[in-house]
Design a protein around this ligand. Structure first.
Ligand SMILES: Cc1cc2nc3c(=O)[nH]c(=O)nc-3n(C[C@H](O)[C@H](O)[C@H](O)COP(=O)(O)OP(=O)(O)OC[C@H]3O[C@@H](n4cnc5c(N)ncnc54)[C@H](O)[C@@H]3O)c2cc1C
Length: 438
């Protein structure tokens, strides 16, 4: 039987739910005593944590920093010497060969007939207006039918498990769009190494988990503390301390929630039916991340994309090429990602299918080389943006905002955003609260 302790009641100006990057950055900006920050896990960091298993250090799948502007300066100052810079080495594994990333700029690395199909398709759309009705139309009208058929469609449908015609296109500004000259140069087999937001990335010595550790300095985080009930109308939240089973009732002025929107709505009382109906429209995919430690050295890449169905995974990354201090000498560490709609789709035998795929792709030479396995389920990994979900998110966030609840971060905003954006958003939100509330 679970013990339950009836606990305290209190009033505070700011309650922060979740100590991932966005929640931590809000807390850093606020004066001590003005807020409390609660985190359900034992350690802060959310998706940006690292852990050790049998001599290997793994992340909650590869987390590489793509930073610019003020956020870059902020992280550089915070991390100092620990922050290392890397030039991307990434490719698309297709037809048994590796086409440098981004695919659309390197079609010259394909067999001749496919190269021609891609170049002709691109010529047909070049200079024409891009269609923004949905992801599929955007992709065809931006890159042409060949690039769409060979990469954009199979890769993105494998990741999002959704027909691209059902997804919106207004969030795709980050997808590298080569110029006509670059596509033509790539068509001749020349490499365009500096294209895209991730041509250079940063990663800290000690693992990505060092970032939230540094952000947490000076902040009193209450871990193993779960926000389990919320009444937006009366601005009241209930926190359960997992250690003692004590329940705390908190009246707040502002709640900053970084927890996934569907979870927040699920624990909320007195929500109108229209908002409940909107919550049903939010779709997402989870990511099963199989971290593995391997005896011997494997690929020189940082990561590889796998658009083909014959491979169960959509991406494989190689920690030993950017996090070498977390991998035993002479060994390799990989993160292998499979997306799912439902955890039940990830069957026990998928590990053997994964290893068979790694063997077929030439990434490992023998099954016995795998010596450590550390699987993780990331349940709300990618929001799937559809026309109805975009409107629903807007209405839900507005409804909550009117009741003092600011939903931020990748899962509070229910958007495709990076660590850099989580940091920037958290710092800005903290600043706003200082100015408006405190
Ligand atoms: C597969 C994958 C790969 C990625 N790769 C990259 C990358 O290479 N580069 C990059 O920049 N970004 C990457 N990202 C995005 C990055 O992880 C996020 O943008 C960032 O970590 C979001 O931080 P956050 O604080 O908004 O959310 P989170 O990290 O999810 O933090 C939310 C926190 O809330 C806590 N919480 C949840 N429910 C409760 C509750 N009821 N009570 C209390 N606490 C609760 C959680 O435990 C968590 O700590 C990737 C994301 C995924 C899914």
């Amino acid at each position: 039987m679970t013990r339950k302790t009836v606990g305290q009641k209190m009033k505070i100006p700011v309650l922060i739910a979740g100590a991932g990057l966005s929640g931590l950055c809000v807390a850093r900006t606020l004066p001590r005593g003005s807020y409390r920050i609660f985190e359900k896990e034992e350690t802060p960091g959310g998706l940006c944590r690292s852990f050790w298993k049998d001599g290997y250090r793994f992340d909650y799948t590869g987390h590489l920093l793509h930073l610019k502007g003020e956020t870059l300066t902020f992280v550089e100052t915070l991390m100092g010497e620990r922050l290392r810079e890397y030039k991307r080495r990434a490719a698309i594994h297709i037809l048994g060969r590796k086409v440098p990333y981004p695919f659309q700029a390197h079609v010259g690395f394909l067999p001749a007939s496919l190269r021609e199909e891609c170049l002709e398709g691109f010529q047909r759309v070049c200079g024409r207006e891009v269609e923004r009705g949905n992801f599929e139309r955007w992709s065809r009208s931006t890159f042409g039918d060949g690039i769409h058929r060979l990469f954009m469609k199979p890769y993105n449908e494998k990741l999002y498990r959704t027909p691209l015609s059902e997804m919106t296109a207004d969030w795709l500004g980050w997808v590298p769009r080569p110029t006509r000259q670059e596509i033509e140069a790539g068509g001749r087999g020349e490499e365009v190494p500096s294209l895209g937001y991730n041509a250079v990335f940063r990663y800290p010595l000690g693992g990505i988990g060092v970032l939230p550790e540094k952000l947490s300095e000076g902040i009193e985080i209450e871990t193993r503390s779960v926000l389990f009930r919320l009444d937006p109308s009366s601005r009241t939240a209930w926190i359960r301390k997992e250690e003692t089973k004590e329940e705390i009732e908190i009246r707040y002025t502002v709640l900053v929630s970084t927890i996934p929107l569907p979870d927040l709505l699920a624990i909320s009382r007195n929500i109108p039916d229209t908002i409940r109906a909107d919550t049903e429209k939010l779709r997402s995919v989870g990511v099963y991340c199989l971290n593995v430690g391997i005896r011997g050295r494997t690929e020189p890449y940082h990561w590889l994309y796998f658009p083909e169905q014959e491979y169960p995974f959509y991406r494989v990354g190689f920690y030993h090429n950017f996090a070498e201090d977390g991998v035993p000498a002479g060994c390799s560490a990989l993160y292998i990602e499979i997306s799912y709609r439902d955890r039940g789709e990830i069957r026990g035998e998928c590990h053997e299918e994964i290893f068979a795929g790694l063997l077929r792709a030439g990434i490992i030479e023998k099954r016995e080389a795998v010596e450590v396995v550390a699987p993780l389920y990331l349940d709300f990994a990618y929001a799937v943006p559809t026309a109805s979900s975009t409107l629903a998110v807007k209405r839900i966030r507005e409804y909550l905002l009117q009741r003092g609840i600011r939903t931020i971060g990748r899962y509070g905003r229910w958007a495709y955003t990076s660590m850099g954006e989580a940091i920037g958003e958290g710092l800005r939100e903290g600043q706003r609260i200082r100015e408006e509330i405190l």
